[in-house]
Ligand binder design. Structure first.
Ligand code: NAD
Length: 485
């Protein structure tokens, strides 16, 4: 008899095991969703979910040793399983993430999974480099690190996990994840589905593991674990700092606050459409999303009109003030703003309702004029409201943009037809991603050239991560022979 494992069964077993874990009665390692074995008991440690970090790391280490021996052909099969699930099950998994995290937009949660599956680079990136000359040949090959510890954000829990998994497995590694607690349910489910499919395809389970209930302590345990060879950390300033303090090599995809500059030569209708496309994406949760606009005075009013024509709703000064009151508080000594996380990634109607006013119609994005030192300009606010700052000229706009970007070196955007201006701003901002005349997502290959990853390594400089990011370079040298010319 064949047993059909449905999502409902998986989900029920997960709930039961988690309930047991909470009561402290379950053994370790623990299987969160394993199919019953012949005697009807849950087999331990299957499909990636464990109670303790040590068990998750041990299982991933074991799996990686076998995986490494398969080489790129086997690695490609595992990657293909993840791609297929991201694409085929984008709708239910996107919905699950949306319902769990309660932030962002359902349509974009689904799209983010599809593009993770379609556009994250795979094993084709692992090209051997060869040098050949009178002294013989040398090969530079890209080898796995081993087990990677990956920390993922709530803003794209499963998309980041899936995209990381594709890049890291494509390079022959295994991964232990520590997802954000608020997006841990969908991360667990994704890991189970991926492992199940990979086991069917290549006979290896637990290439991707996590702890059932991730916390800051489990993240710290991963940072310090001796069997983890490399870290990849995607998140805000606190976790970026924690990773940079870790004794291990860390690839850090840190926070951003991407500014947009619009000059007098720009195609204003395209600029407005692009700003809405990028800033409204998943209610402005993207770290690359347009967070504030600096436009030169001579086209400022016209740009605002184009924003309205393209469907965004303009807030007046009183409405912006009311929204600011609910979106930010200050710390004890009033030296800095503190973001109200309850409004992060919420729909425009929710922001308006919290601020005490109603919107005249449905919209993707709110915007309005603010001074350059406004909290909505200076803080990474991740809400579908974008402040527009009127600037004397292009150079003032670039100065304000630099200040708002805080030296994160993450992302900046320009709308201009002046090549000199584009070059000047790209040099001044010195960011990892710089996009001209399109929405931010073009910088990740959506409506622009290039490839995608949800971990853009900013302070540590690896850029948009690829399988190569997660490899060690090894060189073989043969002296005197094998050059055949
Ligand atoms: P977050 O910093 O609150 O959490 C990110 C992850 O780090 C979570 O798994 C969290 O549990 C963990 N974490 C937080 N503080 C920690 C600490 N002190 N020690 C160990 N682990 C810790 O961020 P978030 O709200 O989930 O995501 C949004 C942030 O992530 C934004 O700042 C955004 O710019 C950034 N981000 C960056 C990229 C990138 O590619 N550079 C991609 C996505 C998100």
């Amino acid at each position: 008899m064949t047993l059909r494992i449905t999502d409902a069964i998986i989900s029920r077993v997960v709930q039961e095991v988690l309930a047991e874990l909470r009561q402290g009665s379950a053994p370790t390692p623990v299987a969160a969703s394993a199919p019953p074995s012949a005697n009807g008991q849950v087999r331990p440690g299957r499909w990636g979910v464990f109670e303790r970090v040590d068990d998750a790391v041990a299982a991933a280490s074991e799996a990686q040793k076998r995986f490494a021996r398969l080489g790129p052909t086997g690695w490609a099969k595992a990657v293909q399983c993840i791609r297929r699930i991201c694409i085929d099950q984008a709708e239910p998994l996107g919905r699950e993430e949306y319902e769990e995290t309660k932030i962002g937009r359902l349509d974009h949660k689904i799209e983010k999974l599809i593009v993770a599956g379609e556009r994250t680079p795979g094993v084709e990136w692992l090209l051997t480099h060869a040098y050949s000359g009178a002294d013989g040949v040398a090969l530079v090959e890209y080898a796995p690190f081993g087990v990677i510890g990956a920390i993922t954000p709530v803003t794209h829990s499963l998309p980041t996990l899936a995209s990381n998994a594709i890049s890291m497995l494509a390079a022959g590694n295994a991964v232990v994840f520590n997802p954000h607690p608020a997006g841990a349910g969908v991360a667990r489910h994704g890991v189970q589905l991926f492992n199940q499919a990979i086991e069917q395809a290549i006979g290896i389970d637990n290439l991707l593991t996590l702890v059932a209930e991730p916390t800051l302590e489990t993240a710290q345990a991963i940072f310090e674990h001796r069997d983890i060879q490399l870290l990849c950390v995607t998140g805000g300033a606190a976790v970026a700092r924690a990773a940079l303090r870790s004794p291990k090599r860390a690839i850090v995809a840190g926070p951003g606050n991407p500014p947009v500059v619009v000059d007098e030569t720009a195609d204003l209708a395209n600029a407005a459409r692009s700003i809405i496309r990028g800033a409204a994406y998943d209610n402005n949760l993207l770290c690359i999303g347009e967070k504030e606009v600096f436009a030169v005075a001579s086209i400022f009013d016209e740009l605002l009109e184009e924003m309205e024509k393209a469907g965004a709703i303009r807030l007046d000064t009183k409405q912006i003030e009311a929204l600011t009151q609910v979106a930010f508080t200050t710390n004890q000594d009033k030296s800095r703003y503190v973001l109200n996380k309850d409004l992060v990634g919420k729909d425009p109607e929710v922001l308006a309702a919290k601020a005490g006013f109603q919107l005249p119609r449905k919209t993707e994005l709110l915007f309005g004029e603010t001074p350059p030192d406004h909290p909505f300009v200076l803080e990474e606010q991740m809400m579908p409201f974008v402040p527009f700052v009127r600037c004397r000229d292009f150079y003032e706009a670039v100065e304000h943009a630099k200040r708002a970007e805080h030296g994160f070196r993450h992302t900046a955007i320009i709308h201009s037809r002046n090549v000199e201006a584009i070059t000047y701003m790209a040099r001044e901002l010195n960011t990892t991603l710089f996009i001209a005349n399109g929405p931010c997502v073009a910088g990740l290959g959506i409506g622009g050239e290039g490839y995608l990853s949800y971990s853009i390594a900013t302070p540590t400089g690896e850029g948009v991560t690829t399988p190569l990011t997660f490899t060690r370079q090894r060189r073989l040298t043969m002296t005197g022979s094998l050059r055949i010319i």
